[in-house]
Design a binder for this molecule. Structure first.
Ligand code: ATR
Length: 272
């Protein structure tokens, strides 16, 4: 029987994970299968145990179950503990290992694929929900000059600042709190792009050589990326690279092999 993996979420039919992991397994000649599982909103745990009982080896976890996956894990990696969210489960004997590969995926996409170092940079992280929380520590580990967290509800950004203040130079506020700063890297980790909305940012926050990065993606540039381009950002990126890189980190955790991501990013881009 082939080793079995899947992505679990609700909704799930849009997920690109089966395409990505099938490409990885073909490229690395791994004997495995990878499916998409729709779990009922109140049935995450039962669906996971059924999958395990049928011999499943690991799961990717997506919206809205990342917190439940965190709670279900019997052992957590440091990065999952800090993110308070799990996007990757690995089943070994009686143990459920929970990991979070989102932050590593973002950092690898920016530094390796886009070739933009984060060390000494001024970074603006927009958003203070689960997506933002998961990337803060990996960003700070790159030793930026400063990480500003901006959120529509500033209290949530300030709570994150308190949590991470010992890990680097972290400041917090709302989108209008940094009118005189010029940021080198501006990352949209809000869910605004999902609703085709645009957080209200000052127009002059993009430094001359700035990278604007939207964790979301769609067939055309998001409103945030259009705004960034109109206001001088030189580099624009959507979340496809991060999506493939976080998948590669999960694949590495499960199989001990790091797949090449560039051809898979190109494959996805050609399909979206
Ligand atoms: P996720 O897990 O995707 O981060 P979440 O935890 O619900 O989802 O967080 C959504 C984030 O997007 C929050 O930072 C939210 O801002 P608030 O904390 O003020 O709610 C942000 N967000 C959602 N829609 C937004 C919009 N139209 N403009 C600005 N921020 C928005």
């Amino acid at each position: 029987m082939l080793d079995s993996y899947a992505v679990i979420g609700n909704p799930i039919s849009h997920s690109k994970s089966p395409l990505i992991h099938t490409a990885f397994s073909q490229q690395t000649h791994q004997s495995m299968q990878y499916a998409a599982i729709l779990a009922p909103l109140d049935g995450f745990q039962t669906t996971v145990s059924n999958f395990r009982q049928q011999g499943g080896k690991g799961l990717n976890v997506t919206v809205p179950f990342k917190l439940e996956a965190y709670q279900l894990s019997t052992r957590l990696t440091e990065r999952a503990t800090i993110a308070q969210a799990v996007n990757t489960l690995k089943f070994e004997n009686d143990e459920i290992l929970g990991d979070n590969t989102d932050g590593a995926g973002l950092v690898r996409d920016i530094t390796l694929n886009l070739g933009i170092p984060l060390a000494t940079k001024r970074i603006l992280l927009m958003g203070a929900g689960g997506a933002a929380r998961g990337v803060i520590l990996p960003l700070l580990q790159q030793k930026p000059f400063m990480l500003a967290i901006a959120n529509r509800t500033p209290d949530k950004a300030e709570a994150l600042q308190q949590q991470f203040v010992s890990c680097g130079n972290v400041v917090a506020g709302d989108f209008m709190s940094f009118p005189d700063e010029r940021f080198d890297i501006i990352i949209n980790a809000t869910s605004a792009s999902l609703h085709n909305a645009l957080p209200e940012l000052p127009a002059h926050i993009f430094a001359a050589d700035a990278l604007a990065y939207d964790m979301m993606y769609s067939h055309e540039p998001t409103r945030f990326l259009k705004f960034a381009q109109q206001n001088g950002a030189r580099h624009l990126a959507d979340g496809i690279g991060m999506l493939v890189e976080q998948a590669a980190e999960s694949f590495f955790l499960w199989r001990g092999i790091r797949p090449r991501t560039k051809p898979v990013i190109a494959l996805l881009k050609s399909q979206i």
